[in-house]
Design a protein around this ligand. Sequence first.
Ligand SMILES: CC(C)(COP(=O)(O)OP(=O)(O)OC[C@H]1O[C@@H](n2cnc3c(N)ncnc32)[C@H](O)[C@@H]1OP(=O)(O)O)[C@@H](O)C(=O)NCCC(=O)NCCS
Length: 174
Amino acid sequence: MQLIIAGYDDLDNVVELVNQAYRGASSQGWTTEADLIEGPRVDREALVHNIETGPTTILLAREQTSDEIQGCVAVRPTENAEWYLSMLAVSPVSQTAGLGKSIMAAAETFVVERGARSLKISVIDARDTLINWYERRGYQRTGEIEPFPYDDPSVGVPLRDDLTLVTLRKHLRG
Ligand SMILES: CC(C)(COP(=O)(O)OP(=O)(O)OC[C@H]1O[C@@H](n2cnc3c(N)ncnc32)[C@H](O)[C@@H]1OP(=O)(O)O)[C@@H](O)C(=O)NCCC(=O)NCCS
């Protein structure tokens, strides 16, 4: 799979895709946050901020025969040759066909080519099914648990008061 680096012109479509995948009706995709958090997951302003200060790269999977974006993921370097992956999303209508796995594999190749030795992700602890999916892709719990950012209105409106974030890491080489 070939991922394309998103440009500013793509951001409105990325916002739509991510919010639909993460927070759309639970019946649409096989795993969403809709039962845990209400409201948008991202907006254009946040994406521009992440691109310009992260520095975050947003990678897109496009339909071959059209310009439509089927999936996306964001990556940014942190420290000690570790990169952080977030915003993995596949359009609900395209899910369960292997696209999520392909995007993860291509994102891993992208960061390895830029010097990454490991990739880290944060997942809401209540999303067992999704954590299992990452574990089947080789990600392992680090034991770190971070508080959910209840004081940050930009992440949406949590519907529970007991959410935390678990960290998973995959060693990519060496
Ligand atoms: C997570 C996500 C990117 C996966 O994309 P996808 O294209 O559906 O994934 P794939 O087709 O590659 O893999 C489907 C997997 O789901 C599993 N699956 C399908 N339906 C399932 C169900 N009802 N319950 C549990 N697992 C299910 C399949 O067994 C397969 O896993 P396996 O190959 O390890 O057996 C996509 O569901 C998504 O965008 N979710 C909303 C956004 C989100 O939560 N992102 C991650 C935040 S950290």
